[in-house]
Design a protein around this ligand. Structure first.
Ligand SMILES: [Zn+2]
Length: 273
Protein backbone atom coordinates (compact mmCIF):
# COMPACT_ATOMS: atom_id res chain seq x y z
CA UNK A 1 0.00 0.00 0.00
CA UNK A 2 2.80 2.38 0.96
CA UNK A 3 4.65 1.38 -2.19
CA UNK A 4 1.54 2.03 -4.33
CA UNK A 5 1.11 5.48 -2.77
CA UNK A 6 4.72 6.34 -3.58
CA UNK A 7 4.28 5.26 -7.18
CA UNK A 8 1.15 7.41 -7.46
CA UNK A 9 2.87 10.40 -5.91
CA UNK A 10 5.77 10.00 -8.33
CA UNK A 11 3.37 9.68 -11.26
CA UNK A 12 1.35 12.79 -10.33
CA UNK A 13 4.55 14.77 -9.73
CA UNK A 14 5.94 13.70 -13.13
CA UNK A 15 2.75 14.79 -14.91
CA UNK A 16 2.89 18.19 -13.21
CA UNK A 17 6.56 18.66 -14.18
CA UNK A 18 5.89 17.66 -17.80
CA UNK A 19 2.95 20.10 -17.99
CA UNK A 20 5.07 22.94 -16.60
CA UNK A 21 7.88 22.22 -19.06
CA UNK A 22 5.51 21.99 -22.03
CA UNK A 23 3.33 25.03 -21.21
CA UNK A 24 5.32 27.56 -23.35
CA UNK A 25 5.29 25.12 -26.25
CA UNK A 26 1.53 24.64 -25.93
CA UNK A 27 0.99 28.39 -25.61
CA UNK A 28 3.00 28.99 -28.76
CA UNK A 29 1.18 26.25 -30.63
CA UNK A 30 -2.27 27.64 -29.94
CA UNK A 31 -1.25 31.30 -30.24
CA UNK A 32 -2.18 31.64 -33.94
CA UNK A 33 -5.68 30.29 -33.27
CA UNK A 34 -6.16 32.59 -30.30
CA UNK A 35 -4.96 35.54 -32.39
CA UNK A 36 -7.47 34.76 -35.15
CA UNK A 37 -10.32 34.62 -32.66
CA UNK A 38 -9.32 37.80 -30.88
CA UNK A 39 -8.53 39.94 -33.92
CA UNK A 40 -11.32 41.70 -35.78
CA UNK A 41 -11.18 42.29 -39.52
CA UNK A 42 -10.34 45.92 -38.85
CA UNK A 43 -7.40 45.01 -36.64
CA UNK A 44 -6.16 42.66 -39.29
CA UNK A 45 -6.30 45.51 -41.78
CA UNK A 46 -4.33 47.69 -39.37
CA UNK A 47 -1.83 44.89 -38.90
CA UNK A 48 -1.56 44.07 -42.59
CA UNK A 49 2.08 45.05 -42.67
CA UNK A 50 2.97 42.60 -39.91
CA UNK A 51 0.91 39.85 -41.54
CA UNK A 52 2.85 39.92 -44.80
CA UNK A 53 6.13 38.01 -45.15
CA UNK A 54 9.08 40.36 -45.09
CA UNK A 55 11.55 39.90 -47.88
CA UNK A 56 14.89 38.45 -46.83
CA UNK A 57 17.77 40.79 -47.49
CA UNK A 58 21.44 39.83 -47.57
CA UNK A 59 23.56 42.67 -46.20
CA UNK A 60 21.77 45.47 -48.07
CA UNK A 61 23.98 47.84 -50.01
CA UNK A 62 21.20 50.41 -49.81
CA UNK A 63 19.05 50.84 -46.74
CA UNK A 64 15.27 50.84 -46.94
CA UNK A 65 13.84 54.34 -46.99
CA UNK A 66 11.80 55.16 -43.88
CA UNK A 67 8.29 55.95 -45.11
CA UNK A 68 5.76 58.05 -43.31
CA UNK A 69 2.64 56.77 -45.04
CA UNK A 70 -0.64 57.28 -43.20
CA UNK A 71 -2.12 53.99 -42.02
CA UNK A 72 -5.41 55.31 -40.67
CA UNK A 73 -8.50 53.84 -42.24
CA UNK A 74 -11.20 56.01 -40.72
CA UNK A 75 -13.43 58.36 -42.67
CA UNK A 76 -16.71 59.72 -41.45
CA UNK A 77 -19.83 58.23 -42.97
CA UNK A 78 -18.20 55.79 -45.36
CA UNK A 79 -16.28 52.57 -44.87
CA UNK A 80 -15.70 50.21 -47.80
CA UNK A 81 -15.34 46.47 -47.36
CA UNK A 82 -11.65 45.65 -46.96
CA UNK A 83 -9.54 42.54 -47.45
CA UNK A 84 -5.89 41.75 -46.86
CA UNK A 85 -4.22 39.41 -49.35
CA UNK A 86 -0.58 38.34 -49.09
CA UNK A 87 1.42 38.43 -52.32
CA UNK A 88 4.63 36.54 -53.09
CA UNK A 89 7.74 38.37 -51.85
CA UNK A 90 9.37 38.12 -55.30
CA UNK A 91 6.83 40.69 -56.52
CA UNK A 92 7.87 43.58 -54.29
CA UNK A 93 10.92 44.93 -52.48
CA UNK A 94 12.14 47.66 -50.15
CA UNK A 95 11.87 51.32 -51.03
CA UNK A 96 15.45 52.52 -51.30
CA UNK A 97 17.08 55.63 -49.84
CA UNK A 98 19.81 55.94 -52.52
CA UNK A 99 19.88 55.25 -56.26
CA UNK A 100 22.30 53.08 -58.23
CA UNK A 101 24.93 55.86 -58.26
CA UNK A 102 24.65 56.28 -54.48
CA UNK A 103 22.75 59.57 -54.69
CA UNK A 104 20.16 60.12 -51.96
CA UNK A 105 16.54 59.84 -53.12
CA UNK A 106 14.22 62.64 -52.00
CA UNK A 107 11.09 62.23 -54.14
CA UNK A 108 7.76 62.86 -52.47
CA UNK A 109 5.19 60.13 -52.94
CA UNK A 110 2.95 59.94 -56.01
CA UNK A 111 -0.21 57.89 -56.61
CA UNK A 112 -0.29 55.89 -59.84
CA UNK A 113 -3.74 54.68 -60.94
CA UNK A 114 -4.16 51.46 -62.94
CA UNK A 115 -6.79 49.00 -64.11
CA UNK A 116 -6.42 45.22 -63.95
CA UNK A 117 -7.70 44.51 -67.51
CA UNK A 118 -8.30 40.89 -66.37
CA UNK A 119 -10.44 40.01 -63.34
CA UNK A 120 -9.33 40.89 -59.79
CA UNK A 121 -8.93 37.16 -59.12
CA UNK A 122 -6.52 36.61 -62.00
CA UNK A 123 -4.48 39.70 -61.01
CA UNK A 124 -4.20 38.41 -57.42
CA UNK A 125 -3.16 34.95 -58.70
CA UNK A 126 -0.34 36.56 -60.68
CA UNK A 127 0.89 38.47 -57.63
CA UNK A 128 0.82 35.34 -55.46
CA UNK A 129 3.03 33.37 -57.88
CA UNK A 130 6.77 33.34 -57.42
CA UNK A 131 8.13 35.29 -60.38
CA UNK A 132 11.86 34.74 -60.74
CA UNK A 133 12.43 36.99 -63.76
CA UNK A 134 12.51 40.76 -63.30
CA UNK A 135 10.20 41.32 -66.24
CA UNK A 136 7.51 39.04 -64.79
CA UNK A 137 7.58 40.61 -61.33
CA UNK A 138 4.50 42.75 -60.89
CA UNK A 139 2.26 44.08 -58.15
CA UNK A 140 0.05 46.94 -56.93
CA UNK A 141 -0.28 48.14 -53.36
CA UNK A 142 -4.04 48.04 -53.53
CA UNK A 143 -6.74 46.76 -55.84
CA UNK A 144 -10.42 47.78 -55.85
CA UNK A 145 -12.95 45.16 -56.89
CA UNK A 146 -16.01 46.05 -58.96
CA UNK A 147 -18.16 45.91 -55.81
CA UNK A 148 -15.87 48.54 -54.19
CA UNK A 149 -13.99 46.14 -51.89
CA UNK A 150 -10.49 47.47 -51.14
CA UNK A 151 -7.90 44.67 -51.35
CA UNK A 152 -4.58 45.46 -49.64
CA UNK A 153 -1.73 43.62 -51.39
CA UNK A 154 1.72 45.17 -50.83
CA UNK A 155 2.34 47.20 -47.62
CA UNK A 156 2.59 50.92 -48.48
CA UNK A 157 6.11 51.26 -47.06
CA UNK A 158 7.33 48.62 -49.53
CA UNK A 159 8.05 49.14 -53.26
CA UNK A 160 5.38 47.53 -55.46
CA UNK A 161 6.34 46.78 -59.08
CA UNK A 162 3.53 48.66 -60.82
CA UNK A 163 5.27 50.71 -63.53
CA UNK A 164 8.57 49.33 -64.83
CA UNK A 165 9.85 51.80 -67.37
CA UNK A 166 8.40 55.12 -66.19
CA UNK A 167 8.90 58.83 -65.48
CA UNK A 168 6.67 61.25 -63.54
CA UNK A 169 6.46 64.70 -65.13
CA UNK A 170 5.28 66.80 -62.22
CA UNK A 171 5.40 70.43 -61.09
CA UNK A 172 9.14 70.05 -60.35
CA UNK A 173 10.09 68.45 -63.67
CA UNK A 174 10.86 64.86 -64.62
CA UNK A 175 11.19 62.42 -61.69
CA UNK A 176 12.39 58.84 -61.91
CA UNK A 177 14.80 56.58 -60.03
CA UNK A 178 17.32 54.08 -61.36
CA UNK A 179 18.01 51.24 -58.91
CA UNK A 180 19.23 48.50 -61.21
CA UNK A 181 21.97 48.32 -63.90
CA UNK A 182 19.76 46.25 -66.21
CA UNK A 183 16.26 47.60 -65.61
CA UNK A 184 15.14 51.04 -66.89
CA UNK A 185 14.53 53.86 -64.36
CA UNK A 186 11.11 53.84 -62.76
CA UNK A 187 8.73 55.75 -60.48
CA UNK A 188 8.14 52.64 -58.34
CA UNK A 189 10.45 53.78 -55.54
CA UNK A 190 8.17 56.73 -54.70
CA UNK A 191 4.84 55.46 -56.06
CA UNK A 192 1.71 54.15 -54.39
CA UNK A 193 0.03 51.90 -56.98
CA UNK A 194 -3.77 51.58 -56.82
CA UNK A 195 -5.68 49.57 -59.44
CA UNK A 196 -9.35 49.34 -60.39
CA UNK A 197 -10.77 46.00 -61.50
CA UNK A 198 -11.78 46.37 -65.16
CA UNK A 199 -15.39 45.67 -66.19
CA UNK A 200 -16.18 42.48 -68.14
CA UNK A 201 -16.18 44.39 -71.45
CA UNK A 202 -12.67 45.73 -70.67
CA UNK A 203 -10.88 42.37 -70.72
CA UNK A 204 -9.55 42.83 -74.23
CA UNK A 205 -7.28 45.30 -75.95
CA UNK A 206 -9.91 47.90 -76.85
CA UNK A 207 -9.19 51.59 -76.41
CA UNK A 208 -12.13 52.01 -73.99
CA UNK A 209 -14.86 50.14 -72.10
CA UNK A 210 -18.00 50.77 -70.03
CA UNK A 211 -15.98 52.21 -67.11
CA UNK A 212 -15.94 51.65 -63.35
CA UNK A 213 -18.71 51.37 -60.77
CA UNK A 214 -19.75 54.17 -58.40
CA UNK A 215 -18.59 51.92 -55.54
CA UNK A 216 -15.11 51.76 -57.10
CA UNK A 217 -14.85 55.55 -57.44
CA UNK A 218 -16.01 56.01 -53.83
CA UNK A 219 -13.56 53.43 -52.45
CA UNK A 220 -10.64 54.79 -54.49
CA UNK A 221 -11.32 58.37 -53.38
CA UNK A 222 -11.74 57.21 -49.76
CA UNK A 223 -8.43 55.32 -49.95
CA UNK A 224 -6.41 58.18 -51.42
CA UNK A 225 -8.03 60.65 -48.99
CA UNK A 226 -6.20 58.78 -46.20
CA UNK A 227 -2.90 60.03 -47.65
CA UNK A 228 -1.48 63.54 -47.77
CA UNK A 229 -0.44 63.16 -51.43
CA UNK A 230 -1.54 66.34 -53.28
CA UNK A 231 -3.70 66.23 -56.42
CA UNK A 232 -0.74 67.42 -58.50
CA UNK A 233 1.03 64.14 -57.64
CA UNK A 234 -1.83 61.81 -58.54
CA UNK A 235 -1.26 60.34 -61.98
CA UNK A 236 -1.98 57.32 -64.19
CA UNK A 237 0.05 54.45 -65.54
CA UNK A 238 -0.58 55.82 -69.02
CA UNK A 239 0.95 59.19 -68.06
CA UNK A 240 4.13 57.78 -66.44
CA UNK A 241 4.73 54.89 -68.86
CA UNK A 242 7.76 55.06 -71.13
CA UNK A 243 7.45 51.59 -72.65
CA UNK A 244 4.70 52.79 -75.02
CA UNK A 245 2.51 49.82 -74.13
CA UNK A 246 0.39 51.02 -71.17
CA UNK A 247 -2.87 52.92 -71.54
CA UNK A 248 -4.49 52.22 -68.20
CA UNK A 249 -6.78 53.12 -66.60
CA UNK A 250 -8.95 53.35 -69.73
CA UNK A 251 -12.34 55.10 -69.55
CA UNK A 252 -11.46 56.69 -66.19
CA UNK A 253 -13.61 59.66 -65.15
CA UNK A 254 -10.94 62.00 -63.73
CA UNK A 255 -13.39 64.77 -62.79
CA UNK A 256 -15.65 62.40 -60.91
CA UNK A 257 -12.70 60.98 -58.98
CA UNK A 258 -11.19 64.34 -57.98
CA UNK A 259 -14.60 65.67 -56.89
CA UNK A 260 -15.07 62.65 -54.59
CA UNK A 261 -11.48 62.94 -53.32
CA UNK A 262 -11.91 66.58 -52.29
CA UNK A 263 -15.24 65.72 -50.62
CA UNK A 264 -13.57 62.99 -48.56
CA UNK A 265 -10.63 65.20 -47.64
CA UNK A 266 -12.96 67.99 -46.57
CA UNK A 267 -14.95 65.55 -44.43
CA UNK A 268 -11.75 64.28 -42.81
CA UNK A 269 -10.58 67.85 -42.10
CA UNK A 270 -13.92 68.71 -40.49
CA UNK A 271 -13.71 65.57 -38.40
CA UNK A 272 -10.24 66.47 -37.17
CA UNK A 273 -11.10 70.13 -36.51
ZN1 LIG B 1 -0.95 49.66 -65.05
Amino acid sequence: MVFQLRVWRFFVLSVVVVLIVLSPVVARAIAPFRAVQATSVENRVENRVAALPLKQQNTPARLPMPMNFPQTINSPGFMPRQEVVSVHSSNYDYRMSTDIAGNPIHNDMIVVLHETVGSAGSAINTFQRENRHDNDQVSYHTLIRQDGTVVYLVPPEMRAFGAGNSVFNGPHGAETVRLDPVLPPSVNNFAYHAALESPADGRGNGSNHSGYTDAQYASLAWLIAQTNIPESRITTHRAVDRSGSRRDPRSFDTQKFFKLLSDFRLALQNQEA
